[in-house]
Design a protein. Structure first.
Length: 262
């Protein structure tokens, strides 16, 4: 019997996955994936994720504007995100944060939009899904200023080395790992994965991106491949694969308040 697992972060709305969502989800279910969270990256993308969640019992979604799209956020974006966040299957505000690697939006705009959405998450009592790349200092500073309880935050697809991971853990946040943890050159990420307490570990694919080993050459990535991320984490942490999947599933269900039954 396959262990149950939850893909806590993917992008089912992507053009490579959305047209065949039924088949993608059927493949995931066959692999043991019992729930999938499709992350919103803009107002329009969050609305599309909401539509998929309405149509598929195993799909949940997050609503937010990520840093790449911050510059294009409409004047009423917060109101629209708030309306989407009120839907029963919206489990978090996200993905939100800062990306100083690609810098696709001006940094001052990224910081403003991030802070505004953290304030929204705090007001709505929703968790926040955070994206940070080469911007950890500012990310942590804005989180601290927001007053949002760190235990209500998850750093998704985290790739920081152990020193950064300790700083993130000090806030109380959860840490989620994607296929990057399986890559040959990701020793520092694996060292970070070994540091995260059992009750604060989450797993994801970030599909259609970041196909994990041993299927790295198969693209696009899909939620079914989250099992390979979990298997790698079990090895890194010296844990039984089934027990790790069970713990990660319980963590995800609790953090996102998922209605997945016994």
């Amino acid at each position: 019997m396959k262990p149950k697992i939850i893909d806590t972060h993917c992008h089912l709305t992507d053009r490579r996955l959305a047209p065949r969502a039924d088949a993608v989800l059927a493949s995931a279910a066959e692999a043991g994936v019992i729930a999938v969270i499709s992350a919103g990256s803009s107002v329009a993308d969050s609305a599309a994720a909401a539509a998929l969640a309405r149509d598929h019992p195993a799909v949940y979604f997050t609503a937010g504007t990520q840093p790449h799209d911050a510059k294009d956020a409409p004047a009423d974006y917060l109101d629209r995100i708030e309306r989407l966040a009120g839907e029963p299957k919206c489990v978090a505000v996200g993905e939100i944060g800062l990306d100083y690697h690609h810098d696709l939006s001006p940094r001052d705009v990224q910081r403003r939009v991030f802070a505004e959405q953290l304030a929204l998450a705090r007001r709505l009592g929703k968790p926040a899904v955070v994206h940070t790349r080469e911007a950890l200092d500012d990310t942590l500073a804005i989180l601290a200023e927001s007053g949002l309880d760190g235990h209500r935050v998850v750093f998704h697809s985290f790739t920081g080395p152990p020193a950064q991971t300790r700083r993130v853990l000090a806030t109380g946040a959860r840490v989620s790992f994607s296929g990057i943890v399986t890559f040959a050159g990701s020793d520092a990420v694996r060292a970070s994965a070994a540091l995260v307490p059992d009750d604060r570990l989450l797993v994801e694919t970030d599909a259609p991106y970041l196909s994990p080993e041993p299927v790295r050459k198969i693209r696009p990535n899909t939620p079914a491949q989250v099992v390979h991320v979990a298997a790698c984490l079990a090895v890194v942490r010296g844990a039984d694969a089934g027990a790790l999947a069970e713990r990660a599933t319980a963590n995800a269900a609790g953090f996102f308040a998922l209605d997945i039954g016994p």
